[in-house]
Design a protein around this ligand. Sequence first.
Ligand SMILES: [Zn+2]
Length: 253
Amino acid sequence: MPCNLPPLDAHAHIAGDVTQAQLDALGGAVVFAMTRSVNEARYALRPAGAVAANVVWAIGVHPGVPVSLAQHSPEAFAGELDRFALAGEVGLAGRSSETQTNVFRSVLESAADHPVLVSVHSAGARTEVLDEIARHSLPGVVLHWFNGTQAEFDRAIELGCWFSVNAAMSDATLRMVPPDRLLTETDFPAARRKTLAARPGDVREIESRLVALGRTDVRTQVWRNLASLVEEAGVMTKLPSAVQQVIHSATQG
Ligand SMILES: [Zn+2]
């Protein structure tokens, strides 16, 4: 049976000053669009900004962008969370500094007080990221591009985390992701030569990799997973109505 559900890209980067023509060029894919700072997220949602029914803007504090960390205000971040269904990009990167840890901790504290999904960066700091997640009780954490060992996956699963995966990840890592906790992503424009994504929302390569690994009904499964995640996190009504409709249709039939 052909799948009528759109592609899901649970982690991509779109600049807050994207034009309407650029958003229109994304086609029908549902894209979770990360931002690097509160200011960029605010700018993306400005009244005169480009609008697409299938783009879910996230509010971020990118751990790899020093100016975002330096300018971070926990109050400003928390004050905007009611307007966003999603926080990202947030997390720790590389040899995480005290500033990174403090910012990530304050982000998780705010997220624990508001219904919100959280797309988390953990490259080079997986243990530290899991330690921080363990300090909070959060239902909506999605580890993006998580290159964990089996023990780290086991711990993340125990903590209730979800995983968004892309085509730059190895088969060995993809095999460790439980089918019922998996979402697809591009992380566009990162690692374009490995993800083979032509644009945000272009998840063809990761979908076919998953099929090659023996996963079935990947598109349907991913949407059902998102439906469960959205319900657990209580963010359904914060999502654009077009995205809510896709989730409804994925869970019927
Ligand atoms: Zn990213």
